[in-house]
Design a protein around this ligand. Structure first.
Ligand code: FES
Length: 267
């Protein structure tokens, strides 16, 4: 007759860092490389203070939107210039960039990514982390991650502003309607930004949360279904929009600096 040992409450003592044999390091390394490069580029561009507006075609890079300082070049301030001249270390889009930064910083997907990439907390599932203690997100400063829903509201407003900018970018050189490659790039970027903003976990809760009975709220139920579908791809939107923001900004920069000419389809 065989005997079965009673389960013990002790955790298994495994000296190896992990028993995983797959290439689990590739994701955190990828994240560190991509995020570091992106933050470097975005900081450089936000501080550059130049080549952000193409007056002929009304292209405004998203990194400077909305431009609200009296320093903004003529035509680029779509919502007025209610901030005075700013010191060199404050970007011209000073009212939007902090919220966008905090929106991404507190995003559930980005949290996973940078906790893994920069803090090894943990680097991957089933990989032992170097930290002795785990206090979760209940203490300062990580308790601030709970403000994500409020940053979402700010990002929603900024997405509306970016949409307005993208519509204005369909502008002909002599006035009226026009379309160039820049118009399409700015439009594609804003569509992807909406994909990211609307697929947010907080958005899903705002749209369909706190309901006891979906059948009594058919519109919210429908919207919750749409957001839930988008939500499955939230991580992809998070990464793709990093790329689309750089492409949109770089294109406007190069056209504004006369390095390249805009490819025009309708003038
Ligand atoms: Fe990623 Fe809200 S969870 S933007």
């Amino acid at each position: 007759m065989s005997t079965v040992e009673a389960p013990t409450k002790k955790r298994a003592q495994i000296s190896a860092k992990t028993l995983r044999t797959d290439n689990w390091r590739s994701y955190p390394i990828f994240i560190v490389v991509v995020f570091t490069a992106w933050v470097g580029y975005a900081t450089f561009r936000a501080m550059m203070g130049d080549h952000y507006w193409v007056d002929e075609y009304h292209y405004l890079t998203p990194f400077y939107s909305p431009c609200v300082s009296t320093e903004c070049v003529e035509g680029s301030a779509h919502f007025g210039t209610f901030l005075p001249e700013l010191p060199f270390f404050i970007p011209l889009a000073a009212v939007s960039l902090p919220f966008l930064l905090l929106f991404r910083l507190t995003c559930y997907y980005y949290r996973k990514a940078y906790y893994r990439g920069y803090w090894a907390s943990p680097s991957a599932c089933a990989v032992r982390e170097p930290h002795r203690k785990y206090t979760g997100e209940r203490r300062f400063p990580l308790v601030g991650q709970n403000l994500h829903r409020y940053f979402w509201a700010a990002a929603f407003l900024i997405s509306l502003i970016n949409t307005y900018d993208a519509i204005l970018a369909f502008h002909g050189e002599t006035g009226g309607f026009g379309m160039g490659l820049g118009s399409l790039i700015l439009l594609a970027n804003v569509i992807l930004l909406w994909g990211y903003t609307l697929s947010c976990h907080s958005c899903r809760h705002i749209v369909g949360g706190r309901l006891k009975n979906f059948s009594k709220h058919p519109v919210r139920y429908w919207a919750w279904g749409v957001v839930s579908k988008l939500n499955e791809r939230h991580g992809q939107f998070a990464l793709i929009t990093l790329g689309s923001l750089v492409v949109a900004d770089l294109y406007v920069w190069l056209v504004a600096a006369d390095v390249i000419s805009d490819l025009r389809f309708i003038d």
